[in-house]
Design a protein around this ligand. Sequence first.
Ligand SMILES: [Zn+2]
Length: 94
Amino acid sequence: MALISCPECLKKISDNAEYCPSCGFPINAPKVYKPKGTGCFMQTLNTGCLIVVVIIIIAIVLAGISAYKLKTNKNAEKTELKSSKKNKKRALIN
Ligand SMILES: [Zn+2]
């Protein structure tokens, strides 16, 4: 058992440790650090998931904005209707 320095936080850790106890950097984690194949696939999968999450968030925000605009438009129409009714009443009074 030897001590190596973590490539992430440069603290001395055991070379038997799967993850750095200080920062969680994977040292000997078998599945994460395969050089080709699974590791690359996982990386692309992670970025893909991130992009999907970002797109979903943007869609939710856009939906919220459009819903808010619809609400405000309806309110504006209602107030317009009310004001036009008031104007008609005023016109009748006059
Ligand atoms: Zn570390």
